[in-house]
Write a protein that binds this ligand. Structure first.
Ligand SMILES: *Cc1c(COP(=O)(O)O)cnc(C)c1O
Length: 426
């Protein structure tokens, strides 16, 4: 039976059998018992399916991963301890020293740093491209050793919207998968697989959790990228793995090969598993995701309209606004035509006025976090990106006056009243 997203949010992932817990239980256990040594050996050989050690897999985590996979329309998923771990694993699963990948420059600052600094130390090179560049220009970034293209559905913090179909087509032309971070849109508003993306990542810390309780991440595979058609590029997927008894992931596990490899190799060796307690809390957040996202959008469009007509506001980036350059793309890619509850805007007068404005807010809090039930703001130039000069900020696509506003699920009139009184202070 094909279920709709509201039903999947509540019912998918955990399907209790007779007499079992109605609610997803927390398997608060590092390990799992077997009757014979041979049973355990089969698990280690990946011949049998089952749990043996929570660093690799845990039933609570797997139920939550299955729910996210169902929401995205993927074939398999894996939870990670954070969104950073999800993006690292997603790339590292198919890239090694000497390899290269291409990424949109409109991405989360933490991901930018992971790609440009830390992965470089591992011998993996990245080329950043302007996501609005022409196909011909983006083509030029690809090399014979390029293994993936990466982007964000809605970029944090600039709120740029990626044309998923365009990116997927470019990636496929070069024989590599398109990996997309769908954190801000969530599968409730956008399912990148429907537009040709191959692998989706999430920081579940944001809307999926929705209550700012737990840091977590997830990787979902569409199962559609044909690794064996590009076997020369992806020997790790198609050739026998000596660290797993000569098993070839794409052959042995078919469309689930990518996630099995990420679990069997990367989780085994790097161990960034999500704690079952956290995935239990994440699951509670997911149950209301389909209710919350439309409310975030409904509030956000009201506030974006309020800001864009305010005399003290210099500019607003929110693709829900008709005049926004990404409005047509938002209508094409997002259910309900609106892109999440996050927007970016600038105040006339720049940096100083922005800080004064933020300090005057009463309901809307200054926090590093984004995308949860409570409205909040951040000024990247004086917070997350404070080590950068104004010039470097502009290079990263972040204007010094940019305020990231994450609109929660409160009453929009109360939020507008808070913004109004803060504008009166500047
Ligand atoms: C927050 C965020 C991340 C990093 O996630 P953590 O859970 O904080 O590690 C990655 N991508 C995007 C788009 C984010 O907003």
């Amino acid at each position: 039976m094909k279920l709709n997203k509201e039903t999947l949010c509540v019912q998918s992932g955990w399907t209790p059998k007779k007499g079992e817990s109605r609610i997803l239980p927390i398997y608060q256990s590092t390990t799992f018992k077997y009757d014979t040594s041979a049973q355990m050996a089969d698990l280690f050989d990946l011949k049998a399916d089952g749990y043996f050690y929570t660093r690799l897999q845990n039933p609570t985590n797997d139920a939550v991963a299955a729910k996210i996979a169902a929401l995205e329309g993927g074939v398999a998923a894996m939870l990670t301890s954070s969104g950073q771990a999800a993006n690292f694993y997603a790339i590292f699963n198919i890239c090694e020293a000497g390899d290269h990948f291409v990424s949109s420059s409109a991405i989360y600052g933490g991901t930018y740093n992971l790609f440009s600094v830390t992965m470089k130390k591992l011998g993996i090179e990245v080329t950043f491209i302007d996501p609005d560049a022409s196909e011909e220009e983006i083509d030029k970034a690809f090399r014979p050793n390029t293994k993936a293209l990466f982007g964000e559905t809605i970029s944090n913090p600039t709120c740029h919207v990626t044309d998923i179909r365009k990116f997927a087509d470019i990636a496929h032309k070069h024989g590599v998968p398109f990996i997309i971070d769908n954190t801000f849109a969530t599968p409730v508003l956008c399912r990148p697989f429907e537009f040709g993306a191959d692998i989706v990542t999430h920081s579940t810390t944001k809307y999926m959790d929705g209550h700012a309780m737990t840091v977590g991440g997830c990787i979902v595979d569409s199962g559609r990228f044909d690794w064996s058609a590009h076997a020369d590029k992806f020997p790790g997927m198609t050739e026998p793995d000596p660290s797993y008894h000569g098993l070839a992931y794409s052959k042995a596990f078919g469309e689930k090969g990518y996630i099995v490899k990420a679990t069997a190799q990367l989780m085994r060796d790097l161990g960034s598993i999500q704690a079952p307690m956290n995935s239990f809390l994440l699951n509670i957040g997911l149950e209301t995701l389909a209710l919350r996202m439309p409310k975030h959008c409904e509030n956000a469009i009201k506030i974006a309209q309020f800001l864009s007509s305010h005399p003290k506001v210099a500019w607003v980036n929110y693709a829900g606004l008709e005049k926004d350059p990404y409005h047509a793309l938002a209508k094409k890619q997002f259910d309900g035509d609106l892109p999440c509850g996050v927007m970016a805007f600038g105040i006339k007068g720049g940096r100083e006025e922005s800080i004064k404005f933020m300090d005057s807010l009463k309901l809307i809090a200054i926090v590093t976090h984004v995308a949860d039930a409570r409205s909040c703001v951040l000024h990247p130039a004086s917070h997350t990106h404070r080590q950068l000069s104004d010039e470097q900020l502009l290079e990263a696509g972040i204007r010094p006056d940019l305020i990231r506003l994450s609109v929660g699920i409160e009453n929009a009139d109360d939020l507008i009243a808070d913004l109004t009184q803060a504008f009166e202070k500047i």
